[in-house]
Design a protein around this ligand. Structure first.
Ligand SMILES: Nc1nc2c(c(=O)[nH]1)N[C@H]1C(S)=C(S)[C@@H](COP(=O)(O)O)O[C@H]1N2
Ligand SMILES: [Mo]
Length: 512
């Protein structure tokens, strides 16, 4: 009786060994990675998972979890690791070697993900150092803990002694302490992506003053300029890339006479222009808010391309970010007079990390995925026929001008209003063309012209308002815009893929 119970390691001790060693291994890996400026194992594995996920699943995840998709992914990685190490812990009570080998494979996968991570901010040595820490504390600690558990009888051999609780607890607390140390290091080492103190020079050509009357005093109407903290963010980066200014280089390569390598200092020394430009995401649904208007500071892309000397035959620029994202932009858009920028500032400050620090592209009139590469490191002059970019590989169009669109900001959907005059207001945009007219209607009533805000420029959205004499009942308010080329927004609803949504925005309100 005593022999049997001594022969079997307590299941709880096995689970505890797996969980402790696994969690401590992850924490030590994260801590060392943070200390050495490397992308940690959790984010690296998450990035690989995103890459290996089929597109429909990705789209479903973004649609379902929205802005929380990244948190859900990290949670998924951690949950999977926890279940795996618990299963290994359980296995370890009978098959010690196999269980330790299993945890080594888990670390191996993390190492592979870290080495393959395109945004890996550190060299191989730093990655291997954190992998070594993970191996030591994860599978290493696991092997030690399992060795203290009673061994099951093998082919009639006498089983080993029962669990020595004191030694086991000592070893377990050592593993836990290492994990806690890793966790504390990760927490205390500071966020390397935190804004860096950079002083931007004054622009050579400052933005024109914002004209009086660009917007209206209507509560709920989108302000003309989007404050940086509220500016939408869209990118494929699970963790915001951290680019060290000291070794930052922008390369201009491909079909050019003189390839350029520009440091951040070099860029600061160029003529800087300031422009208000409305940036729009192709994923913006009708009525959506994936667009924002900011004051950008940068070097006209055409100046840099001229300096490099574009060769004949080229029709595109493939831009690359530090994390491997690519975009394909028509060369003529980057060289015409719309002032496409290689930007270093946003709303009077250096770019925030989330919006591409230190350097990004901003191109009026094109959706962001073909023209607004953040964490920009290369502009390769090439031909559209010679490459395809990140989202083009995933079913989106190679060329994607922003579609004429308009939105009702107030009243909101399902608002309950009092009968009488109600101000309906919103924004409309037709970047690089300009908004000519906005019309609104209630129910099947006639289209009525809205009053337009003063135009800032054809590169930004334009506010509109219309006073509606609301009568009791449920009403549908609908908006449509016409651009300065005389094109009217089409009513047909198109999805965001492959080149941007279409359709008239409407809201339904109840008047009492
Ligand atoms: N490196 C990188 N740049 C990127 C992206 C990305 O995924 N990675 N997304 C693009 C898309 S789809 C859009 S709409 C804009 C959004 O810029 P914002 O996040 O500053 O608003 O960035 C573009 N630049
Ligand atoms: Mo986008």
């Amino acid at each position: 009786m005593t022999t049997t119970s001594a022969a079997r390691a307590p299941r709880g001790a096995g689970l505890l060994s797996g969980a402790l060693a696994g969690a401590s291994g992850v924490l030590v890996g994260e801590g060392l990675a943070r200390l050495l400026g490397a992308t940690g194992p959790v984010v690296a594995v998450g990035n690989r998972a995103v890459d290996l996920t089929p597109r429909p699943v990705k789209e479903w995840a973004v649609a379902t979890f929205g802005a929380a998709d990244k948190a859900v992914l990290v949670g998924g990685v951690l949950g999977t690791v926890l279940l795996t190490v618990l299963a290994l812990g359980r296995l370890g009570t009978t098959r010690r070697r196999t269980a330790v080998a299993g945890m080594t494979v888990v670390v191996g996968l993390a190492a592979w993900a870290m080495l393959r991570d395109p945004a890996q901010g550190a060299g191989t040595v730093a990655v291997l150092a954190s992998v070594a820490g993970m191996l030591l504390v994860g599978p290493g600690g696991f092997a030690v803990l399992l060795s203290l558990l009673p061994r099951p009888p093998v082919d009639g051999d006498a089983p080993t002694a029962s669990l020595d609780r004191r030694r086991f607890l000592l070893a377990a607390s050592s593993v836990a302490a290492l994990g806690a140390g890793g966790g504390a290091t990760r927490g205390l080492a500071g966020d390397p992506a935190a804004p860096v103190a950079v002083r931007l020079p004054a622009p050579t050509v400052p933005a024109a003053r914002v004209p009086a009357g660009v917007s209206f005093e209507v509560p709920g109407l989108t302000p003309h300029l989007t404050p940086t903290p509220g500016f939408y963010r869209v990118d494929t980066a699970l963790q915001v890339p951290r680019v060290a200014l000291s070794d930052y280089v922008l390369r201009i390569t491909g079909m050019v006479d003189r390839p350029l390598e520009l440091t951040f200092e070099d860029l600061l020394a160029r003529d800087l222009v300031e422009r208000r430009i409305t940036l729009t995401c192709v994923s913006n649904e009708v009525g959506g808010d994936l667009l924002g208007n900011a004051t950008w500071l940068g070097i006209p892309t055409r100046d840099l391309l001229a300096e490099a000397g574009v060769q004949t035959g080229a029709d595109a620029v493939r831009s690359r970010s530090v994390d491997g994202f690519t975009a394909g932009t028509p060369l003529d858009v980057l060289t015409d007079d719309r002032d496409a920028l290689v930007a270093i500032g946003m709303n009077g400050q250096p770019l925030p990390a989330e919006h591409g620090f230190p350097v990004r592209m901003v191109t009026p009139g094109l959706y962001g995925y073909v023209s607004a590469t953040k964490w920009l490191v290369e502009l390769e002059v090439t031909r559209f026929s010679d490459f395809s970019a990140y989202w083009t590989d995933r079913g989106y169009a190679a060329q994607a001008p922003v579609k004429l669109s308009s939105r009702i900001d107030v009243p909101g959907s399902f608002a309950r209003l009092d009968a009488g005059p109600v101000t309906v207001a919103g924004v409309a945009w037709a970047q690089t063309v300009g908004i000519e007219r906005v019309q609104v209607r209630a129910g099947s009533g006639p289209w009525q012209d809205a009053e337009l805000g003063v135009e800032d420029s054809d590169q930004t959205w334009r506010a509109w308002r219309w006073v509606w004499d609301a009568e009791p009942g449920t009403h549908r308010l609908e908006v449509r815009a016409t651009d300065r080329a005389g094109r009217r927004q089409i009513s047909r609803r198109e999805p965001i893929a492959p080149d941007g949504s279409t359709g008239w925005h409407n809201v339904t309100v109840t008047v009492a």
